[in-house]
Design a protein around this ligand. Structure first.
Ligand code: FES
Ligand code: FES
Length: 164
């Protein structure tokens, strides 16, 4: 990670594309994704690690991008919500959200989708209690959680398609 007066040069793979960029020391990963790369599907709510709206995957782990600096992601593989749909088609999890009315305003949705994606890749979710645990790190202020739980359980049932 070379350093000069203009910041640090980082190399990250974002949604399968290698990006080499100069970043300021204090630039958050969230701002790097949204403002530098224009990946605005990652949302910013609280900006201090509480709401989960900014969740992305870093080397497969769900991470709050408002709490991580862009320089800390040097060398990492980052996935954002923009990586989920393929050729304009929603993936299994996104379809389950849509089918179960698991979103209303949508502000929280990308964070939920990325948290659940990480959980689905770890293995079966199985039951409502575990689904609620998976969802517990993210906050929705308008839809409620019934549809979210149903969506997670339906996607879990079809997880072979989602865990790609
Ligand atoms: S914006 Fe990052 S946790 Fe709320
Ligand atoms: S859908 Fe509006 S905050 Fe969750």
């Amino acid at each position: 990670m070379p350093e000069n007066r203009d910041g640090h040069r980082i190399s990250v793979t974002v949604n399968g594309t290698v990006r080499e960029e100069m970043v300021d020391d204090r630039l958050t990963l969230a701002d790097f994704l949204r403002e530098r790369l224009r990946l605005t599907g990652t949302h910013l709510g609280c900006e201090h690690g509480v709401c989960g709206a900014c969740t992305v995957l870093v080397d497969g782990d769900a991470v709050r991008s408002c709490l991580m600096l862009a320089v800390q992601s040097d060398g990492a593989r980052i996935e954002t919500v923009e990586s989920l749909a393929e050729d304009g088609r929603l993936n299994t999890l996104q379809e389950a959200f849509k089918r179960n009315h698991a979103l209303q305003c949508g502000f929280c949705t990308s964070g939920f989708l990325m948290s659940v994606t990480a959980a689905l890749r770890e293995g079966p979710i199985g039951d409502e209690q575990r689904a609620r645990e998976v969802l517990s790190g993210n906050i929705c202020r308008c839809t409620g959680y019934t549809g979210l739980v149903k969506a997670v359980l339906e996607a879990d049932a079809e997880r072979k398609d989602t865990a790609r």
